[in-house]
Design a protein around this ligand. Structure first.
Ligand SMILES: [Zn+2]
Length: 488
């Protein structure tokens, strides 16, 4: 039997039935990813398996380093095939790591390759995959079609021009490619060099000078509107923990003025300024009825020697353990009490905090919208079978699984779409097990729609993206909440 077979991860009759009847046919709505929109617009054709699979994948680099593979074969200058072979030789050492599952699921779903990857099979698999990568079916847009991706949201800085999104909107591509607004750099008053460099870009994008805090807020407001006009309905923030110490307008203006002149904010000033901005962003999102996302809890760049050598986002980040509850409560409450809490998805990185997040988020559901405050899917280190089960269990035990907006790839790679299949199998397996144990009714009219909605429909109605035909640069869609379900 093939390793990745029909019943992979499905350990009961009910799980198998739920998956194949209700989960598998659903299209994909990938509302949080990091795909470069330029690659989609250019319909990038990947030269080889290295380019599409290994080029930016820090999960693989971590495993290779752990397996004693030198940095030159990870992020260095070694030839693509040699890097691939080093990865292939590492794969048998990844047994029980999710990489082993992902690797074979991806080879199977993209190329129909069911052979196990190792050093011996590496040249054969390289050749066959590269042959197929040269075909239109596996171009960037071909892949979106192959995996029935109805829509995806990229991750974009407020200073981005969204030219690729404009091109895509006019292209007739049936996958909706929407921007998402990620203004993390607006908080960088503790790092004036990077802050001012970013402000120069923002000035150019917004078409105004930014001399004061009021100017900054005006520029961000303009960019928020610009993103809205390009179909954006989603913001995102990556924070170690929420900022929850408001400093007031005057203090924030002073901190901004000093950073503008090159003087770094103290940690207290930074927290006050960041809170000020995060409340501002909350109000912007609430006003235009966007969904906000918070990604909380990473500890980044722990290894200073290797960080200095290969830079950020290369596999030297891990799970942080800062306390989350009080700061998250304060931030959500500050928005909520003024009527400015948008629909929100909060992703947690520390599994020890799953119940903290699941219970905290429940405090801010007010009956106005079903599933208003969402606990996001298993993120980053938790994006695997056990992590997903932990998230699904914490959510089920403290909230409503039926309102869950489901999985995202959160990926920079076009090879990550099988993550949705992996999640769906895990979800169906969990529910199937409860049915077989007599803890859920064996009733397809109850369970079928539950599964189907978590796979696709809940996210579609939660995100309220404008319809594809109305999404373009000039022909702005200004009416919020005008569309729910998008065709496949
Ligand atoms: Zn992300």
């Amino acid at each position: 039997m093939k390793f990745i077979h029909e019943k992979f991860l499905l350990h009961s009759r009910t799980a198998d039935k739920l998956y194949h009847r209700y989960a598998e046919p659903e299209p994909i709505f990938d509302y949080h990813c990091h795909l470069p929109p330029g690659d989609i617009a250019a319909n990038r054709q990947f030269k080889n398996l290295f380019e599409i699979w290994l080029e930016g994948d820090h999960y693989k680099w971590r495993a290779m380093r752990a397996n004693g593979v030198a940095e030159d074969f990870c992020t260095g200058k070694t030839e693509p095939f040699e890097k691939f072979r080093a990865w292939a030789a590492t794969v048998p050492h990844t047994l029980r790591n999710p990489l082993y599952h992902w690797t074979h699921l991806e080879l199977s779903r993209y190329f129909g390759i069911d052979e196990l990857l190792d050093e011996e099979s590496s040249a054969r698999i390289w050749k066959e995959a590269n042959r197929q990568l040269a075909t239109p079916a596996l171009s960037a847009q071909g892949i979106l079609k192959k995996f029935h991706v109805t829509a995806l949201c990229t991750t974009d800085d407020p200073s981005d021009d969204l030219r690729a999104h404009e091109k895509l909107a006019a292209s007739g591509l049936t996958t909706g490619v929407y921007p998402a607004f990620r203004p993390d750099k607006a908080l960088l008053v503790n790092d004036p060099a990077r802050f001012n460099e970013w402000l120069a870009k923002l000035e150019a994008a917004a078409g105004c000078d930014i001399a004061t805090l009021d100017d900054l807020l005006e520029a961000l407001e303009r960019r928020h509107q610009y993103f809205h006009d390009h179909g954006c309905r989603l913001s995102d923030h990556g924070l170690t923990q929420c900022f929850a110490t408001p400093c007031g307008d005057k203090a924030a203006a002073g901190i901004f003025a000093r950073a503008r002149k090159g003087k770094a904010a103290t940690p207290e000033e930074h927290a006050g300024f960041a809170t000020h901005l995060m409340l501002f962003f909350g109000r912007l999102d609430a006003r235009r009825q966007w969904v906000k996302q918070l990604h909380l809890g990473a500890l980044r760049s722990a290894n200073s020697r290797l960080f200095a050598r290969v830079g950020p986002d290369t596999g030297f980040d891990s799970i942080g353990d800062l306390p989350q509850a009080a700061a998250l409560a304060t931030y959500l409450d500050l928005l909520d009490r003024d009527g400015n809490l948008p629909r929100i998805i909060v992703y947690n990185l520390n599994p020890a905090d799953n119940y903290v997040f699941a219970t905290m988020l429940g405090n801010f559901n007010d009956g106005s919208i079903a599933g208003k405050v969402q606990m996001g899917s298993g993120w980053w280190f938790l994006d695997q079978k056990e992590g997903m089960e932990w998230q699904l269990n914490a959510l089920s035990n403290n909230g409503l699984l039926s309102r869950f907006v489901g999985m995202v790839t959160d990926s920079r790679s076009f090879m990550s779409y099988p993550r949705h299949e992996y999640f769906r199998r895990t979800l169906c397996n969990l529910i199937g097990r409860d049915v077989e144990n007599g803890e859920l009714p064996d009733d397809e009219t109850l369970l079928g729609p539950l599964v189907r909605n978590i796979c696709h429909a809940n996210a579609v109605s939660f995100l309220r993206l404008p319809p594809l035909s109305n999404k373009s640069g000039a022909g702005a869609v200004k009416k919020p909440g005008s569309a729910t379900r998008r065709g496949s």
